[in-house]
Design a binder for this molecule. Structure first.
Ligand code: MTE
Length: 316
């Protein structure tokens, strides 16, 4: 007898945003919601404010998890964002110098229709969704975060990628006036990341503009970042200024810095240890116990087919 199993991210009706709020989201957009969406969060002290700005009014939760959310205070104060320093607390302390508005995102390379997008306007017109995703860092910690955004595929499609495009390259802001960490040669700036085109177009890959119901805090990658939940956190490039469709696998910042430690794919994989950290277990921020890390961070049902036939020890 076939067993009907609900996917782990199924949304019970009680969790979906009530219809009347969804409708006000639409009227808000019609009224030009950009101003509301454009308030940056400069410090975690302000993290509790303005919580309705994006979620209750403008986005609908489309994906849930039966796991506790990591508190916003932790999400916005324990970060990797080397442009603002190397300690986990540095981005929350220093990222107030980032100016996330106005912001331009260019989409180019192998596309029929290169685009230069004003991000405030983009946020105002996108049909935003709230999606709860696990994010696991290669260093062994993880979080559960309610992101707000749209599938990256929706925005890339507007630029009409050519059939010959095989990879996507993300380039993030490198402005010494806004980013004190650029004085350190720890990486070859700007921070660059990449995905294979089928990974970039996968429905799970999110172009995020908010979290916890409000615009992205600067330290989490304001105003626009990617979130690729089945890959280690460093694949999720923050504060993106350019997305290029390209023919060859792009050189990413971490592969360039330490090719023995970081591969292009960087799929969460408990069976392939990093030279300095086992990937078998992880600690959720805010918890003491450690839990087993799941293959593809628990998203295998949806993404394993992308890697069929590949030796994931070699293509790590
Ligand atoms: N993006 C930029 N531009 N610079 C960075 O240093 N760090 C990466 C990734 N994106 C990084 C970045 C790493 S190592 C991680 S683990 C995640 O961002 C952390 O995202 P979070 O602070 O929102 O948890």
């Amino acid at each position: 007898m076939p067993i009907h199993r609900r996917p782990s991210w199924h949304i019970p009706d009680r969790e979906a945003t009530p219809e009347h709020l969804y409708i006000s989201r639409r009227s808000l957009m019609a009224a030009g919601g950009a101003a509301l969406a454009a308030t940056p969060l400069a410090s975690p002290a302000a993290a509790g404010t303005d919580v309705t700005a994006l979620s209750a009014l403008r986005s609908r939760r489309t994906r849930s998890l039966k796991e506790a959310l990591t508190p916003l205070a932790a999400v916005a104060s324990y970060n990797n964002f080397y442009e603002f320093g190397l300690d986990k607390g540095d981005p929350a302390r220093n990222a107030h110098t980032l100016r996330p508005s106005p912001w331009t995102l260019a989409i180019g390379g192998m596309v029929a229709r290169p685009l230069t997008l004003d991000v405030d306007r983009l946020i105002a017109r996108l049909p935003l969704e709230e999606r709860v995703y696990r994010l696991r860092c290669v260093e062994g910690w993880s979080m559960v975060i309610p992101w707000i955004g749209v599938p990256l595929s929706a925005v890339l499609s507007e630029a009409q990628p050519l059939g010959s495009a095989r990879f996507v390259r993300f380039t993030t802001l490198a402005d010494r006036a806004q980013m004190p960490g650029l004085a350190s040669p720890v990486l070859d700036w700007p921070y660059r990341e990449g995905l294979r085109i089928d990974e970039a177009m996968h429905p799970l890959t999110l172009l995020a503009v908010g979290l916890y119901g409000r615009v992205l805090p600067n330290q989490n990658g304001a105003p626009v970042r990617v979130v690729v939940p089945w890959k280690y956190g460093f694949k999720s490039a923050k504060s993106i200024v350019r997305i290029d469709l390209v023919g060859n696998q792009p050189l990413t910042s971490w592969v360039q810095a330490a090719p023995r430690e970081y591969g292009f794919y960087s799929n969460v994989n408990p069976n392939v240890p990093h030279p300095r950290w086992s990937q078998a277990r992880e600690r959720r921020i805010g918890e003491i116990r450690r839990r087993d890390t799941q293959m593809f961070n628990g998203y295998g049902e949806e993404v394993a087919a992308l890697y069929r036939g590949m030796d994931l020890t070699r293509f790590f």
